[in-house]
Design a protein around this ligand. Structure first.
Ligand code: 6CS
Ligand code: FE
Length: 306
């Protein structure tokens, strides 16, 4: 008899909704693999699924990175590339994916021990980068990112086996109540929400502008918020870093303030968790969204040599 491959995290099939209890650890090997976060910080991350590291990068580092983001957005050779995603209803920049492959400065940031060693400690192994991006969320025109679990997308569309990845969001501008800060549901990382609807072909061509599949139904979201006690809007100064688990339920509202909300994201995946075949016969997404070839272990190297 053929062995039935059991997938714990089935989503986007005929089931309209469902909640699956996470089986994987949140912090692997009790955080002993590397020494970056304190026991209190690890415990907070374990409990909530996210953690803010206040002003980890200096104003000088942020200034350099923000200038680089601006320059990248204006580069002629990037204008028609698929990695550069505009807002759904305007030509305003929404995201630049694979930013570490277009910019040596962001490649160095991605390798910085202040980020890599945190990922190695939480994931309990060496790590590689699954995806990087800059979200521009411009003033007046930055659209929302509706509620979702990154892992739900990465499991279904990229074939990521387990919840053994995390995102590091490096805030390049202040994130406050007015410019669409990241919102997370504390504790939501411990429950996998099954999403309705069958994934369309080439879904990413639409989902990166406005995600309509892989988003949970309102009742499931309400239950999650009530089960775990609310929503946290992460307000922090530029230079801060928000770490969040691959399965943490998150989103952000649109930005109608005059102030852009510019954040860089590095998704670190455990080298023990490399991508397999996408689910349900889906074609693998492009390399710039989900690294399958460039999966070399990151050697931590300080961002600033001086
Ligand atoms: O599809 C993805 O991989 C991207 N989409 C969202 C909404 N968050 C994670 C990632 O940037
Ligand atoms: Fe996301």
């Amino acid at each position: 008899m053929d062995t039935v491959i059991h997938d714990r995290y089935v989503s986007r099939t005929e089931r309209q909704a469902g909640m699956v209890v996470r089986e994987e650890p949140v912090v692997y090997n009790e955080g002993t693999y590397a020494d970056a976060l304190s026991a209190e910080q690890l415990s907070a991350y374990q409990d909530k699924g996210f953690l803010v590291l206040e002003e980890l990068f200096s104003p000088q580092e942020v200034k350099k990175l923000l200038a680089e983001v601006k320059a990248l957005g204006e580069r002629d050779d990037l204008q028609n590339r698929p990695e550069l995603v505009t807002e759904p209803d305007s030509q305003e920049l929404r995201s630049l994916f694979s930013v570490h492959q277009f910019s040596t400065m962001f490649e160095r940031l991605m390798q910085d021990p202040r980020l890599v060693n945190v990922a190695r400690q939480i994931l309990g192994s060496e790590v590689y980068v699954h995806q990087s991006r800059v979200n521009y969320k411009p003033g007046f025109d930055g659209d929302e990112f509706y509620w979702h679990s990154d892992f739900e997308t990465w499991h279904v569309e990229d074939g990521m086996p387990e919840m053994r990845a995390l995102s590091c969001s490096v805030l390049l501008t202040d994130n406050d109540a007015c410019n669409g800060p990241l919102m997370l549901i504390p504790g939501s990382h411990r429950t996998f929400l099954v999403c309705p609807g069958e994934t369309p072909e080439n879904h990413h061509e639409r989902s990166l502008k406005k995600q309509e599949f892989g988003v949970p139904d309102p009742l499931s979201l309400t239950l999650l918020v009530e089960e775990y006690g609310g929503i946290e809007a992460l307000e922090a100064k530029a230079g801060s870093v928000v770490l969040f688990d691959s399965n943490a339920m998150h989103g952000s509202a649109g930005n109608i303030s005059p102030w852009p909300r510019v954040n860089a994201y590095f998704v670190y995946n455990s080298v023990e968790n490399k991508l397999e075949t996408p689910k349900y016969g889906l074609e693998p997404r492009p390399e710039y969204l989900a690294h399958r070839k460039n999966t070399q272990t990151i050697q931590p190297k300080p961002f600033q040599d001086n």
